[in-house]
Every structure is written in C-alpha cells, then in structure tokens.
Design a protein around this ligand. Structure first.
Ligand code: GDP
Length: 295
C-alpha cells in the first residue's frame, strides 16, 4: 500500500468517478474508461486490452450495474500482472546478479537496498563497481557499501567493466560470499554499443562461473512513465532480463506503467522502490499490488 497513494488517486479514483452516477454500461463508458487508463500511464495497448477483457466479462456474467466495474477491473489488473510473485533465486554460491539500467533511475540505491536486505537475512554480500565510466558512480557505490557494511570490488575509472566483473566473481568465491551484485554503466549511446558491452560482461561472467549471471535485473524509474517502457524494450532486446525493479513509486502518479511493462514484456517485476532509504524496497506481489491499488 505504501508508495501507491498517487497512483491510486490517478487510476482508481478516476475510474470511480467515471462509474458513479451512471445507470448503464455502454460504449461511451468503455471509451471514457479506456481514456482514464491511458492517462494513468497504463499504456494504449494495455488499456485497450483491459477494456476488451472487461467487455467480455460484463457480457459473460450479464452485468448491468456500472458500480461492479471496479471489482472486475481489479481482477483483470491482477490477471495481467500474472498472479504469482517471482522471487530472486539465491540458490547458488555465489549467486551473481547483474544490475542494468540507464543513469539516474536508481541503480546504485537499489543495489544498496538489495545488499542491505540480504545482509539482514544473514547472507554475505559483495558488490562490484562495474560502472567504470564515471568515477562518481564508483565512489557512490563505495559510500553505500560502507553504509550498508559490505565490501566493494573496484578498479580505476576507465577500466574494463568485464575485468571488474571477473575479479569480483573470483573475490566472491574466495571470500565465500553468498551474493555478488554487479553494477553496470548506464549510458545509452546506442543499442549495439549497449549490447556489446553487456554481452562481453556476460561472456566473462560465464567463464568465471558457468551459469553466471544468475539474474539480470533491469532498474526502471516509474516517474518516467512511458520512457520506462521504451527502456525496458531496448534492454530486453540487448540482454536476457530475468526481472525488473521499478523505483520511485512513492510520489508518482505513473505507477500504472507497471501494467504496460508487464503485459508487453512478460518480464516479471521483482522489486519496487518506494523511497530513498535503505529499507525502502519491497518484493513485488501482483495480487497485493492490485489489491492495494484499489485501496
Ligand atoms: P543511478 O544513477 O541509477 O545509480 O541512480 P541513483 O541510485 O544514484 O538514484 C538517483 C536518485 O533517485 C537519488 O537521488 C536517489 O535517492 C533517488 N531514488 C532512488 N530510488 C528511489 C525510490 O524508490 N524513491 C525515491 N523517491 N527516490 C529514489
């Protein structure tokens, strides 16, 4: 429920306003519903799909009372989100997790939050400063590492990120770390550059530890709405993603974008960020999310 207030206002309150005072369910109501969903960043395709699903349900169940639409919509939203929560698999030692995403989306903060959570659970966590392009990114990760109380493997600015990744796996093995989280550069010059860099890191990781990385998580900023969706498309084509992290859900009304991302990419959202502090990370549970959305 936390962090969803504005999204709820933007999406659910609009739907509620639409259906109250109506006496029948007609095309006009469906059109307005579709517009309300699109304006809540659900995305055009997904909004159309949702309204189609509603139409079908209304017909099947011979519903005529507009006030029942909200409950139906909640069910359909849960269905689009896929029902089950899909946790990160931490079954390897070390479990190697690659974090990708463009600058500013909250990658470093997310890495710190994950490190904090897993350390709290009693796991030994190691971080790797794979964004060697910016000295500030290396320093920032180091600062978070100190705050959380986990070590950071770092090279000089300008070093080869895949060399950092390789060293980090060796270090994680010799220190018997449970989880290794690797940061990557967030420049998005063009897709082939991104693809080359990430596939090199992947090759090197697999050489250092066959099967690694075990998870590749894309971090997206919810406040960017449809931009987050296009980033998800680009990264999804460049690298095999196993999950998404949607940050900054607190204070944004654009949380509906989670639906667009889910229905288009079929990559599960695994975590959501709801603030700037270490504790402000939650597992993403589709059913809970749909329920929380409808208050
Ligand atoms: P990076 O460039 O992707 O590594 O982004 P950072 O981790 O440095 O985060 C960029 C900004 O977003 C910082 O000011 C963070 O405090 C902020 N931020 C990250 N996650 C969240 C979140 O879930 N909620 C809020 N409100 N701010 C966040």
């Amino acid at each position: 429920k936390e962090g969803l207030t504005r999204t709820r206002q933007n999406l659910v309150d609009k739907v509620e306003a639409l259906v109250t005072g109506r006496t029948k369910i007609d095309d006009e109501l469906y059109d307005e519903l579709e517009e309300a969903l699109i304006s809540a960043d659900v995305g055009a395709e997904t909004s159309i799909e949702l309204v189609e699903r509603l139409r079908r349900k209304v017909k099947e169940q011979k519903i005529s009372d507009p006030s029942l639409l909200q409950g139906l919509l909640q069910e359909e939203i849960a269905a689009i989100l896929g029902g089950e929560a899909i946790p990160v698999n931490l079954g390897n030692q070390p479990t190697v997790i690659l974090i990708v995403g463009v600058n500013g989306v909250g990658k470093t903060t997310t890495i710190a939050k994950l490190a904090h959570r897993w350390k709290q659970e009693g796991r030994k966590v190691l971080l790797a400063a794979g964004d060697t392009f910016r000295a500030a990114a290396i320093d920032q990760l180091e600062i978070w590492g100190q705050r959380v109380g986990v070590e950071v493997i770092r090279h000089q600015e300008g070093a080869d990120p895949s060399a950092v990744a390789f060293d980090a796996v060796q270090a994680a093995k010799s220190r018997e770390s449970d989880v290794l989280i690797i940061d990557t550069a967030g420049r998005l010059h063009n897709k082939s550059h991104l693809m080359n860099e990430l596939s090199k890191i992947n090759r090197v990781l697999d050489r250092a530890m066959p099967g690694a990385p075990h998870e590749t998580l894309l971090v997206l900023d919810a406040t960017t709405g449809q931009n987050a969706l296009s980033q998800a498309r680009i990264f999804g084509e460049a690298v095999g993603l196993t999950g998404l992290v949607l940050t900054k859900l607190d204070g944004t009304a654009k949380g509906g974008v989670i639906l667009a991302i889910h229905s288009e990419l079929q990559t599960p959202v695994k975590f959501i960020g709801i603030g700037e502090k270490m504790d402000d990370l939650r597992d993403f549970d589709p059913g809970e999310f749909a329920k929380a959305l409808f208050g």
